[in-house]
Structures are given as structure tokens and as C-alpha cells.
Design a protein around this ligand. Structure first.
Ligand SMILES: [Zn+2]
Ligand SMILES: [Zn+2]
Length: 290
């Protein structure tokens, strides 16, 4: 048991004063690589990076870790679940069990004591402070599995969570072999750094700036520019009001590329049981499985 800043005992109480050296050094290296990429621009590597960004953030985080693995907002074949989870690891955001557990805790405690990344603890904390100075649970598969028992049943997810950095390392080696340093700097360092900030903006900006359509017990907002960077994840007030909806952009002007992709996959019969909230659906903040 750990005492949190509010003095309440809780096994998931946030730690705020660690210095996660491995994470800090990795992030410094990735950001240096991202800046170096700017001096090696070619259209070829740029478009290759865009495709990789869609695979990693679009399919991996938005359609995979978030809408499928955490919220089970649609059903798909198990090979597709596994594929999306591998795509998710390509972002240096940890493995599926860590990501899903952290996000389920966020929904349970959003903007309350115990939320791993709330702007109530400071904008910087909610953006990246919690990764740099908070609990380092990326490889703590056993503790995180309590919040993701559905995933922990699969040996594959346990393995992937423990070895979450392996697919990205393999991708880096392949990209370097294909296109040398420019392809490595763009396809790995720039893409990962940009994708991390885009994802973190959902936790920081989309809990501070934007409009609130639904009265939820947190401060979630709908933020169009975060949505553009994240395949629709910025429609975060809609999402907190309807966590299990596969569709996050509910109004016609709320562009949600992940939802459009799911609509297509559903029409083709590749995914099914797609849960969809409507613009005027009453708020449902169901308790997440834990
Ligand atoms: Zn949130
Ligand atoms: Zn969510």
C-alpha cells in the first residue's frame, strides 16, 4: 500500500517524485533524433512516416489500445486484436496491459484524486510529468494485470507487455536497412516523439481547452486540433460521456477518422458489434472493468 498526496491509502495512489532515468534518457534521445530528422527531409521518408503514423497511432493507439483493448467498443478477429496491439507498441507508450490499466484508472478517477494524469495536478504533470516523475509501471505487468484481467488471460499480451520495446527496435532496424539514417530518424524518432505529444495532448489539452457538450463529472473537452493529430481522439468530452462508443466524433463536423475506418471495416464484415452513441444520447459514465 502506498500513501498518496491526499493521505488516502490506495494501491494505485500516484507517486510524483521518482526520477525515471531510463524513460528520461530515452525521451531525450528520441527528441534529439526528431530534431535531426528535420535536417534530412525528403518527400519519400515523409510519406513513409505518414503511413507508419497511421499504423501506430491510428490503428495501434486509437482503434487498438483505446477503443478496442480498453473499452471493447467493437469486436474483431483475434489476429486483428493482436496486430493492433503490436502497432500500439510502436509508439513507446508501453505494452497493452500497462496502457489499458492506466487508461481504465483514468476513467474511474478522472480529474479526481488517483487519476494518473489530471491537469488538476498541473498542466505539465498531465502532459508528460506523470511519465517522467510518476510511477514507472511500464514493465510492472503483474500489478497492471489487475486492471486488465481480460488481456492478462492471453499469454501473448503478457509477453508483449514485458517486451513492448521489441517491435519498435525491429522496425527501427528494418527502416535503417531500407532507407538509412533519414528513414530511421523520421520513421522512428520523429514519428514516436510527435505521436507521444499527440497522445499526451489528449490527457492535457483535452481536459483543459475545448467545448463541453455533455455534463460529465470530469473536465473533459472536445478539442478539434487534438482530434486532427490523433485520428479523432480529441473528441474527449463525447468519449468520457460515452466511453464504450466506438464513435467519438458525434456531430457531422467532428472529424473522426478512426470511426470512419471502423464504419468501413464493419460494412465489410471484418469487425462487428460496434457500439455507437448518438449526439443526444444521455450521459453514460459506466464503471470500467477493474
Ligand atoms: Zn480523459
Ligand atoms: Zn477512454
Amino acid at each position: 500500500m502506498i500513501e498518496n498526496s491526499q493521505g488516502a491509502s490506495d494501491t494505485i495512489a500516484p507517486i510524483r517524485n521518482r526520477i525515471n532515468w531510463i524513460t528520461i534518457i530515452a525521451l531525450i534521445v528520441f527528441h534529439i533524433g526528431a530534431v535531426a530528422a528535420l535536417f534530412m527531409f525528403t518527400w519519400k521518408v515523409f510519406f513513409a512516416t505518414l503511413v507508419l503514423y497511421w499504423f501506430s497511432i491510428g490503428l495501434g493507439i486509437s482503434m487498438g489500445y483505446h477503443r478496442l483493448h480498453t473499452h471493447r467498443s467493437y469486436k474483431c478477429p483475434v489476429w486483428m486484436e493482436y496486430l493492433f496491439a503490436i502497432c500500439g507498441t510502436l509508439n513507446l507508450e508501453g505494452g497493452p496491459i500497462f496502457w489499458v490499466a492506466t487508461h481504465r484508472i483514468h476513467h474511474q478517477k478522472s480529474d479526481q484524486p488517483g487519476d494518473p494524469h489530471s491537469p488538476h495536478d498541473g498542466a505539465f504533470w498531465s502532459h508528460m510529468g506523470w511519465i517522467l516523475f510518476g510511477e514507472a509501471n511500464h514493465s510492472n505487468t503483474k500489478a497492471m494485470a489487475k486492471f486488465a484481467p481480460d488481456l492478462a488471460k492471453h499469454k501473448f499480451y503478457i509477453w508483449l507487455n514485458n517486451w513492448h520495446w521489441v517491435p519498435l527496435t525491429i522496425l527501427g532496424a528494418i527502416l535503417y536497412a531500407i532507407g538509412g539514417l533519414p528513414m530511421l530518424c523520421w520513421g522512428v524518432f520523429f514519428r514516436v516523439s510527435f505521436g507521444l505529444h499527440a497522445t499526451w495532448l489528449v490527457n492535457s489539452a483535452s481536459h483543459m481547452w475545448g467545448y463541453r457538450r455533455f455534463v460529465t463529472r470530469d473536465d473533459s473537452r472536445n478539442n478539434w486540433w487534438v482530434a486532427l493529430m490523433t485520428f479523432g481522439e480529441g473528441w474527449h468530452n463525447n468519449h468520457h460521456a460515452h466511453p464504450s462508443s466506438a464513435r467519438h466524433g458525434l456531430a457531422w463536423f467532428e472529424f473522426d477518422p478512426s470511426w470512419l475506418t471502423m464504419k468501413l471495416l464493419s460494412a465489410l464484415g471484418i469487425i462487428w458489434d460496434v457500439k455507437v452513441a448518438k449526439l443526444h444520447s444521455p450521459v453514460v459514465e459506466e464503471k470500467m472493468a477493474a
